[in-house]
Design a protein around this ligand. Structure first.
Ligand code: SF4
Length: 103
C-alpha cells in the first residue's frame, strides 16, 4: 500500500511538473459551487488520475497571497500525506493545493 501510494504520488508530481493545466479557477465561493465540482469528480472513473487533477485544479505549490496549501486544509491527513476528501482520495504533498481547499 505504501509503495503504491508512493507510485501514485510520483505520478501526480510528474504530471504537474510536466505542466499539466488544471482548472485552478473559478475557486468555489459557495457550497453550491463546491458541490458542483464534487459532482463532476464523482462522474469520473476513479482511476482517472489526470481528470481528477484537472477538475480539482491541482497545483504543486501553495496558492495565492495567503499561500494556501494542503497542509492547512481540513482534508489533509498529515501522517499519511493523504487527501481524505472521498472524491479525491489521493496522496498529496503538504505544499500542494487544489481549489477544494477548506479549513
Ligand atoms: S482538498 Fe485539495 S487542498 Fe485539501 S488536502 Fe485535498 S488536495 Fe489538498
Amino acid at each position: 500500500m505504501a509503495s503504491e501510494n508512493g507510485a501514485t504520488l510520483k505520478a501526480i508530481a510528474d504530471m504537474l511538473a510536466d505542466g499539466l493545466e488544471t482548472q485552478v479557477e473559478p475557486f468555489p465561493e459557495t457550497d453550491k459551487e463546491f458541490a458542483e465540482i464534487l459532482l463532476q469528480l464523482r462522474q469520473l472513473d476513479t482511476k482517472d488520475l489526470k481528470a481528477k487533477l484537472v477538475i480539482s485544479g491541482f497545483l504543486d505549490h501553495p496558492y495565492g497571497p495567503d499561500r494556501q496549501r494542503c497542509l492547512e486544509c481540513m482534508y489533509y491527513l498529515v501522517h499519511r500525506k493523504w487527501c481524505d476528501l472521498p472524491e479525491l482520495s489521493v496522496p498529496v504533498e503538504p505544499d500542494w493545493w487544489c481549489r477544494l481547499w477548506r479549513i
